[in-house]
Design a protein around this ligand. Structure first.
Ligand code: PLP
Length: 371
């Protein structure tokens, strides 16, 4: 038996009957775009998080673009975010017509360093900064309370990138309910995943939600009459129906990820790698279980040779990638912690349908490595 099965397939096996029934229900309804499944999913997802509103869209990148546009951010505006993230975060800022400004991370949590963010706002040219996108990376909430406070003092919008943090909490409250808007992805490997692409914008402000609804469908308020230039970014009925099957298991799956993370952290105590610390009051949902090692590449090869698959999230910070290098703006003189993270991080096998034995095996092999 494969100790490390692929997450989307494991989830499909677990929910197969309910998923097939959902697909059949949509098929027979004849309603495939923006129908009752999307409306119901939006209500259920908002309720799950404690958000006032959720709007289903085509993917997580579009969710960020639509959140930015709904808040009126575009050409001439600068948006602060991090270099240590999925490239989609930065791509979305440019897709909205704005300019990204990359700030370094806190090496402990791998998320936006609130002090460096504050320093960036004191530099020349800072008056173009209109928003900040903290990324709750790997399922660990960013220091959202401090970031919000700094943003409020400076009149900036906060858009949370929650693509990796469905159900994560800070002080008991779900991420995606703190900022002016938040973006979620339902890419199949996320903690809540569709069987294809999907995304959502959440917000506490009904007007922002309404603007996202208009923008996601050609800028229509009324059919065939564009009120403003929009795009096509709809969540489809089939994906919404599948997400509705999986949503009731999100809490249980996240709890299972925490159990597996605790097994890793206990087993790696005396090893040469640094387990991920969890900030005080933070409900980490371990989208990834990421360790640091000064001999990361050797460790990855060692594990691969012993049948333990690993991944690097991410091997190059955004400002070092060909599409952005030499062109993207940086908030400090350098992004040293982002660069160090890209050299040291390693994601060990993690999802809710792994066995204890799989995680114990992976942890044992990490402990066997003599860096
Ligand atoms: C997955 C992801 C996205 C983009 O989501 P898509 O659905 O793939 O467009 C954005 N930000 C982060 C941090 C992600 O992990």
């Amino acid at each position: 038996m494969n100790l490390f099965p692929f997450q989307p397939l494991s989830e499909y096996r677990v929910h197969e009957q309910a998923i097939l029934a959902a697909i059949q229900r949509v098929g027979e309804s004849g309603h495939y775009i923006l129908g009752p499944e999307v409306a119901a999913f939006e209500r259920e997802f908002a309720e799950e998080l404690g958000a006032a509103q959720a709007v289903g869209v085509a993917n997580g990148t579009d969710a960020l673009v639509l959140a930015l546009r709904a808040l009126g951010i575009g050409a001439g505006d600068t948006v602060v975010t991090v270099a240590h993230t999925a490239v989609a975060t930065v791509a979305a800022i440019e897709l909205a017509g704005a300019t990204p400004l990359l700030v370094d991370i806190d090496p402990g949590t791998f998320t936006l360093d609130a002090n460096r963010f504050a320093d960036t706002l004191k530099r020349p040219g800072a008056r173009r900064i209109k928003a900040v996108i903290p990324v709750h990376l790997y399922g660990q909430p960013a220091d959202i309370v401090s970031i919000l406070e700094i943003a409020r003092q400076n009149g900036l919008y906060v858009i949370e990138d929650c693509a990796q943090a469905q159900g994560a909490t800070a002080g008991g409250r779900c991420v995606g309910t703190f900022g002016d808007a938040a973006a979620f992805s339902f890419y199949p490997t996320k903690n809540l995943g569709a069987m294809g692409d999907g995304g959502a914008v959440t917000t506490q402000d009904p007007q922002v939600a309404e603007r996202v609804r208009v923008l996601r469908q050609y800028g229509w308020r009324e059919r065939y009459i564009s009120d403003q230039p929009g795009m096509n970014s709809r969540l489809d009925e089939m994906q919404a129906a599948i997400l509705r099957v999986k949503l009731p298991f999100l809490k249980r799956d996240n709890a299972r990820r925490r159990v597996l993370a605790a097994i890793y952290t206990a087993s790696l105590k005396d090893s040469g790698v640094t387990p991920p610390p969890v900030g005080p009051g933070m409900g980490h949902v371990f989208h990834q279980y990421v360790v640091r090692s000064a001999s990361r590449d050797a460790l990855a090869s060692f594990l691969k040779a012993r049948g333990v698959p690993t991944t690097i999230h991410y091997p190059q910070p955004v400002h070092r990638q060909p599409a952005y290098q030499g062109r993207v703006e940086m908030g400090g003189s350098d992004l040293q912690e982002s660069e160090r993270a890209s050299r040291e991080v390693l994601s060990l096998p993690m999802h809710a349908y792994l066995t204890d034995e799989a995680v114990q095996t992976a942890a044992q092999q990490v402990a066997n490595f003599e860096g």
